[in-house]
Structures are given as structure tokens and as C-alpha cells.
Design a protein around this ligand. Structure first.
Ligand code: HEC
Ligand code: HEC
Length: 310
């Protein structure tokens, strides 16, 4: 764990010596960064909002488009992404870790005899980071809340918001409530319908570019190209029906991780809920009218759960 923690906070493992995992996944901001989109070496901006790393065991796949299947793969990807750590390849990462004497004891501690005399490997770095990232949990607060709800000490507006969320407002069909009483994800991808309108070139041209970015290097291309990023789930599947779809985010830590949505285009939780209500009612047509008070109750419920109260 100490090895993974050291890697996570180490800015020397980036091209300009200033970016660590924690630059974007900041502990004090629920392991998100408070920006619209991630910002890596030399101030380069990405295309996607930084997700929290808390309670990642909820996830089967990673990123807003689910393009990465394992956490081991996901924790190495940022090092060679141009708009993240910006290293030229993973060998450069291995060199930088090997040359830093502070890592010797941490590696021995983490891997003992297995490592003795051997060169540090990609897999060791991945395992170190995965152990650290998996240790990040905000669940206790959520469990306490679930307990609170069963003994009926939930504030009245929170209880009303919860009832709406799972009932008439239909939010829980996608932000599924787990055993702790917290809205997480259905592991599915949905479109909010606003995405394609925001592209500033014809869809054809973007699809053409997409052909060249399949497979390895896709993450680098997606994070460096706003219109390509807007294709969403399509980038992972190549299925036209997936254009503009994104993974349902867990709302467990939503109160702490503004701004919102895959491109960070929405600043406050209030606006995020308003956009959802607007879309569900006027575009998807799946929602009855929700009053101002009911909308405030939904927000109270989302604020009540997750890291904010720790
Ligand atoms: C420049 C900002 C930035 C840096 C640096 C960065 N990340 Fe991320 N991280 C992101 C963004 C943005 C995403 C979402 C990308 C997407 O959906 O396409 C993400 C996604 C992830 C995910 C998937 C989370 C999920 O819910 O699917 C994990 C795990 C992760 N990062 C771990 C790390 C680790 C470990 C490091 C350091 C090696 C790191 N990140 C460095 C911005 C960053
Ligand atoms: C059909 C599935 C679906 C339903 C129903 C749904 N959501 Fe969502 N929600 C999503 C998806 C998918 C996203 C991410 C979309 C994106 O980034 O483009 C999202 C994003 C959000 C976000 C932003 C979270 C973040 O971390 O960025 C909030 C808040 C939210 N929804 C609240 C609600 C509320 C409240 C309701 C009920 C009125 C609701 N949602 C109904 C699928 C759904």
C-alpha cells in the first residue's frame, strides 16, 4: 500500500515533473479535481470530467465510455497519455521509478523476495497502484445513512427525496440503489441527447477519425479530441447505437465532485438535477411534472449521501 501511495502522489513521474495522479484525483475533493475537464502536463486540458476514485469496487469497467476492462490497465494508462502524465512510453516510467532510491525499500516491502535483484516491472507498478486505489472508500458514511433511514431519523426532506428518487422520478432505474441505500450505477450507457449538438464539425468527419484510433492509443486520442470524446460508448464498441452514450455515474459522492457530466459542462448539483429533470420530462417523456419543492428534496437526498458528511 505504501508503494502505491507513493506512486500516486509522485509528480516526478510526469513529463514536466508537476503532475501526479493526485493532481487530478485530489483527496480533498473526493478524488476528483473540481475542474470541468482534467488538466495534465504543461496545463494541457483533456476532454473528460475527472471521476472520483472512491469505492471503485462498484465498477466492472472504467471511464465514462467503459473502454477499459481492468483496473490494472486503467492505472497505467495516464502515464503515457499526452494530456495526463505525458511520458513517452512505459519504459520511461520504469526508469524513473528505478532511479529513485526512495522506492527501493517500498518495493521490497510490497513484493519481498519476488522482486529481489529483478528490475521493476509494469505489472508491479500496476499492482501497487491498484492496491492503493482499492483502499479508497467512502462507504462508511453511506452505511450509516442506510442505518439511519431504517430507524427513521432521516431528515424529512431527505426521506421525501429518497422516495421520489426510487419512485415517481424514476432516477433509480439507472442510478440503482445498492444494499447500503445509496444510488450507484446500472452499469449501462445512456444518452442525454445534448451531445451531438455540441460537436463543431460534421459527424462524418469525426467518425472517419475514429477509424484511425481504434485499439491501442484510443485513450490518448479520446482525451485529446473533444469531438471524438463526444462519441462516448461508441468509442469502445463501434456500434452506431452507442454514439453519444455514457456510463451512468454513481451518485454516491456526487455532492463532493462538482462539476458534473462526462464533459464537466454543468457546474452545480442543482443544475445537474435540473438538466436531468428537463431531459427526462421533455425529451425522453418519461417523467411526470416535478415541483420546485420536489426537486429540492431530490437534491437534499443526493447531498445527504456520500463523502460530504465525513
Ligand atoms: C490529467 C488528469 C488526470 C491524471 C493525472 C490522472 N487521471 Fe485518472 N482519470 C482522469 C479522467 C479525466 C478520467 C476519466 C477519463 C474518461 O472517462 O475517458 C480518469 C479515470 C480514472 C480511473 C477510472 C475511474 C472510473 O470511475 O472509471 C481510474 C481508476 C484512474 N483515473 C486512476 C488514475 C491513476 C492511478 C492515475 C495516476 C497514475 C491517474 N488516474 C491520473 C484524469 C486524470
Ligand atoms: C436513463 C438513465 C438515467 C435516468 C433515468 C437518470 N439518470 Fe442521471 N445520469 C445518467 C447518465 C448516463 C448520466 C451521465 C450522462 C453524461 O455524462 O452524459 C447521469 C448523470 C447524472 C448526474 C451527474 C453526476 C456526475 O457525477 O456527473 C446527476 C446528479 C444525475 N444524473 C441525477 C439524476 C436524477 C436526480 C435523476 C432522476 C430525476 C436521474 N439522474 C435519472 C442516467 C440516468
Amino acid at each position: 500500500m505504501a508503494f502505491g501511495r507513493a506512486l500516486f502522489f509522485d509528480a516526478s513521474l510526469s513529463a514536466d515533473g508537476k503532475v501526479s495522479c493526485a493532481s487530478c484525483h485530489r483527496p480533498e475533493l473526493g478524488y476528483a479535481d473540481g475542474r470541468n475537464v482534467g488538466q495534465g502536463v504543461w496545463g494541457r486540458k483533456g476532454t473528460r470530467n475527472v471521476p472520483t476514485l472512491l469505492d471503485l469496487e462498484d465498477h466492472g469497467v472504467f471511464n465514462w465510455d467503459g473502454r477499459t476492462a481492468t483496473l490494472e490497465e486503467q492505472v497505467l494508462a495516464p502515464y503515457t497519455t499526452t494530456v495526463e502524465h505525458g511520458l513517452s512510453d512505459l519504459d520511461e516510467l520504469l526508469d524513473r521509478v528505478s532511479e529513485n532510491p526512495a522506492y527501493g525499500p517500498l518495493i521490497d516491502d510490497a513484493f519481498g523476495g519476488e522482486h529481489f535483484g529483478a528490475r521493476i516491472s509494469e505489472s508491479m507498478i500496476a499492482r501497487g497502484l491498484v492496491a492503493f486505489v482499492r483502499s479508497l472508500s467512502g462507504k462508511r458514511a453511506a452505511r450509516e445513512d442506510a442505518a439511519a433511514s431504517s430507524t427513521q431519523v432521516l431528515p424529512v426532506e431527505v426521506a421525501r427525496g429518497r422516495a421520489l428518487f426510487v419512485g415517481p422520478a424514476g432516477c433509480a432505474t439507472c442510478h440503482r440503489i445498492d444494499e447500503t441505500g445509496t444510488p450507484t450505477t446500472d452499469d449501462e450507457y445512456h444518452a442525454l441527447g445534448l451531445e451531438l449538438a455540441s460537436m463543431d464539425e460534421p459527424l462524418d468527419a469525426v467518425l472517419h477519425r475514429h477509424q484511425h484510433h481504434r485499439g491501442r492509443g484510443a485513450g490518448d486520442a479520446i482525451l485529446g479530441d473533444r469531438n471524438l470524446a463526444a462519441l462516448g460508448r461508441f468509442n469502445a464498441t463501434g456500434n452506431p447505437q452507442d454514439i453519444g452514450k455514457f456510463r451512468t455515474p454513481s451518485l454516491r459522492h456526487a455532492a463532493a465532485t462538482a462539476p458534473y457530466f462526462h464533459d464537466g459542462g454543468v457546474t452545480t448539483l442543482e443544475e445537474a438535477v435540473d438538466l436531468e429533470l428537463y431531459y427526462r420530462r421533455n425529451v425522453a417523456g418519461s417523467l411526470p411534472a416535478i415541483s420546485r419543492e420536489e426537486r429540492d428534496d431530490l437534491i437534499s437526498f443526493i447531498r445527504w449521501i456520500g463523502v460530504e458528511r465525513r
